[in-house]
Design a protein around this ligand. Structure first.
Ligand code: SF4
Ligand code: SF4
Length: 87
């Protein structure tokens, strides 16, 4: 699995999450509206969740329906194929 950054990061991008991520898998680019998590590098430690001031970060399987498009955004930003539903 991976963790996913969603819409509330937009306009915030304070990088609190970057400071706590043990594997440096949270990236920023000037042309991105939010920071994004590399789905292949994230180790699911959840350390980033509580430090986010706007509660933008969710485990992939707990992303609220209204933020679901953000799952694809995190995957697509790094060219990582999104796993299909497990059987
Ligand atoms: S869950 Fe852990 S490894 Fe994944 S982005 Fe957050 S801090 Fe980094
Ligand atoms: S801590 Fe939250 S708001 Fe700040 S950069 Fe990370 S995801 Fe965005």
């Amino acid at each position: 699995m991976t963790f996913i950054i969603t819409e509330p990061c937009r306009g915030t991008k304070d990088k609190s999450c970057v400071e706590v991520c043990p594997v440096d898998c949270i990236y920023d680019r000037k042309d991105w509206e939010t920071l994004l998590i590399h789905p292949s590098e994230c180790i699911d430690c959840a350390l980033c969740v509580d430090v986010c001031p706007v509660q933008a970060i969710y485990p992939e399987n707990e992303v609220p329906e209204w933020f679901s498009e953000w799952i694809g955004r995190n995957y697509e930003a790094f060219g990582v194929a999104r796993p299909g539903p497990s059987a």
